[in-house]
Design a protein around this ligand. Sequence first.
Ligand code: TXA
Ligand code: MG
Length: 342
Amino acid sequence: ETIRLLVDKSGDNEGIYSQAVDLLNNGEVVAFPTETVYGLGAVATDDRAVKKIFEAKGRPSDNPLIVHIGSIEDVLNFIEEIPQNAFKLMDSFWPGALTLIMKVKPGVFAPSVTAGLSTVGIRMPDHEVALNLLRKLQKPIAAPSANRSGKPSPTKAIHVEEDLRGKIPLILDGGTTGIGLESTVLDITVNPPVILRPGGITQEMLQEVIGEVILPNKEQQQLETTPKAPGMKYTHYAPEAPVYLIESDQQIVENAIIQLKSDGKQVALLAPSNFHSLGADYFFTFGNEGDQERMGAKLYDDLRACDKTKANIILVTTTSTEGVGAAIMNRLEKASGGKWYK
Ligand code: TXA
Ligand code: MG
């Protein structure tokens, strides 16, 4: 049985935190909010507990987890050689949505955390509940996103409950997450550093602090020589009905809807608010055209909402790949399998 407890901003949450800490110390998993998406956490040194994460999510065991820490100093205990760049990045972006891939000290984490790699991804989350939990626990927490493997990451506690009900004992409900897309994953074991997964901390922001940073394009990502996040090869972020990308143009979208409906399809449209009257059977909006922050924050909730409709095709309008648009388009490429409506 799964319980979901509201961690109220104004209330006294001590009892809730001690329940979570006890569960974690006893080898259980707990879901908690971060500023990006909800995570499903276990003590990062407890291999049996970490294995429960993979089991609950249905996650392939060759996909390593991110380790969350409560203070920058913790890094010294876990990382073999800390590159000079890392200190600058931690100072500038932690706590925050940046995961740094560095060389791990052998044996400090449970083997399933790193999936056999000599590196580990570490980040300090910028969320009161996550930080309180880490500081009360006084141990690192390994946590992937708290969704069933393949589904969009959870941006609300109810998403976690829908995916993992009955599979985990506790969800800390801290409301809707702010950024709504997973952290930027940056490999700083190579020079220049490489973005393995774009996120809320953009290439531009990183470059301001450490100079050149590579963001591989789609073709480069396919190359054997480009470093990869093992997780990025799996289908991801996908609702049940097929997702097609479409240009953010009202005439093009309207024509597509007419065509699809005449083929007997039920169409869900995810688009800016001014696309509301183009005749889609279901309409979800991520706000004003060009508001990428809002689009990123709302995208997964909207994709999940599509699953609750009878739509058998989902059209999503695209955005530019500037700034956080790189992360949005990366997730949309995955959700659609790269399919465009033509
Ligand atoms: O925002 C986030 O990062 C959220 C919250 C909960 O912190 N977590 C998250 O974790 O998105 P997850 O497991 O869903 O994604 C982690 C990504 C995967 O693509 C994984 O392959 C990659 O990071 N990764 C982890 N360790 C790695 C390593 N040592 N080398 C390369 N990629 C790694
Ligand atoms: Mg994930």
